[in-house]
Design a protein. Structure first.
Length: 116
C-alpha cells in the first residue's frame, strides 16, 4: 500500500488549496478513504472521509461548509478541496486508508500553512 499526498503549501487566510492523494498497491475502489490532520502539539484528527464509491461523505464540524472530499476511482486519487482557509487549519494533512484490526495505512503527509 502506498499513499502519496501533494498540494500543500503556504496560503493566506481566506485562500484555497486542493490536496491530492494518489493510491497504489491495492484495489482503491473497494476502500473508504479519509483525510486527517495534525497541528503542532495536538493529536491527529479526522477531517473528512468518503465511502468507496463516493456516495457518502463526513466532515469534522470545524471544516463543514469549507472543505470538500472527493475521489476519482479511475485515477486512484482522493482529493480535499479547502476554501476559506483559517490559521487554525495549519497542520500536516495525511491521507488514510482503513484496514480492519489495524491502524490502517498512512501517507507521508503534506504541510498546509495558513498565514498572512
Amino acid at each position: 500500500v502506498q499513499l502519496v499526498e501533494s498540494g500543500g503549501g503556504l496560503v493566506q487566510p481566506g485562500g484555497s488549496l486542493r490536496l491530492s492523494c494518489v493510491a497504489s498497491g491495492f484495489t482503491f475502489s473497494m476502500y473508504a478513504m479519509s483525510w486527517f490532520r495534525q497541528a503542532p502539539g495536538k493529536e491527529r484528527e479526522l477531517v473528512a472521509s468518503i465511502s468507496s464509491v463516493g456516495g457518502i461523505t463526513n466532515y469534522a464540524d470545524s471544516v463543514k461548509g469549507r472543505f470538500t472530499i472527493s475521489r476519482d476511482n479511475r485515477a486512484n486519487t482522493v482529493y480535499l478541496q479547502m476554501i476559506r482557509l483559517k490559521p487554525n487549519d495549519t497542520a500536516v494533512y495525511y491521507c488514510h486508508r482503513p484496514s480492519p484490526g489495524t491502524s490502517g495505512s498512512w501517507g507521508q503527509g503534506t504541510q498546509v500553512t495558513v498565514s498572512p
